[in-house]
Design a protein around this ligand. Structure first.
Ligand code: AMP
Ligand code: ZN
Length: 141
């Protein structure tokens, strides 16, 4: 828990929120500034900043909670699809340093874009160069 964190305050019920799902490890509530109907955030109850801080168990629990929330919204709001994503780091738009997964219900002709519409910073390097840089530290070399 981080005493200065808004989301930790929501977990502790010190701050009011519209909680739609809660279990031992995960909590999910409606975003206070929705970009679409039932825009929701799903968060681990442990205060982590990024996915790099989570254990395998934490990830399993978080994704399991996420699936339940998506199922719940599908059944109640019935969107045509979802964008599901994380603003990971300041540069990517992360304002609250408690890891959270945005769930954005989508409807045909709602005017939104895909995840590809976030960034158009085409790389100067070739795909081969980038691949070489990364793969030697991966598990396929
Ligand atoms: P991010 O830019 O990914 O850090 O997004 C943080 C999200 O948290 C934003 O979409 C905010 O609207 C949302 N938010 C901030 N404070 C609250 C709150 N008290 N209850 C619900 N959602 C919140
Ligand atoms: Zn927190």
């Amino acid at each position: 828990m981080d005493n200065n964190c808004i989301f930790c305050k929501i977990i502790k019920k010190e701050l009011e929120s519209k909680i739609i799902y809660e279990d031992q490890n995960v909590i999910s509530f409606l975003d206070i500034n929705p970009h679409t109907i039932a825009h929701t955030v799903v968060i681990p109850k442990k205060h982590y900043s990024t996915i790099l801080d989570l254990s395998n168990d934490d990830i399993l629990q978080l994704f399991s909670g996420l699936q339940k929330v998506v199922d719940l919204i599908k059944k109640t709001i019935n969107p045509d699809g979802f964008n599901i994503g994380i603003n990971h780091g300041r540069v990517a738009g992360q304002v609250i340093d408690h890891l959270h997964i945005h769930v954005l219900p989508r409807f045909f002709n709602d005017g939104g874009g895909s995840i590809h519409s976030i960034i158009f910073n085409k790389p100067k390097e070739s795909l081969d160069e980038i691949y070489e840089k990364i793969k030697k530290y991966g598990n396929r070399s």
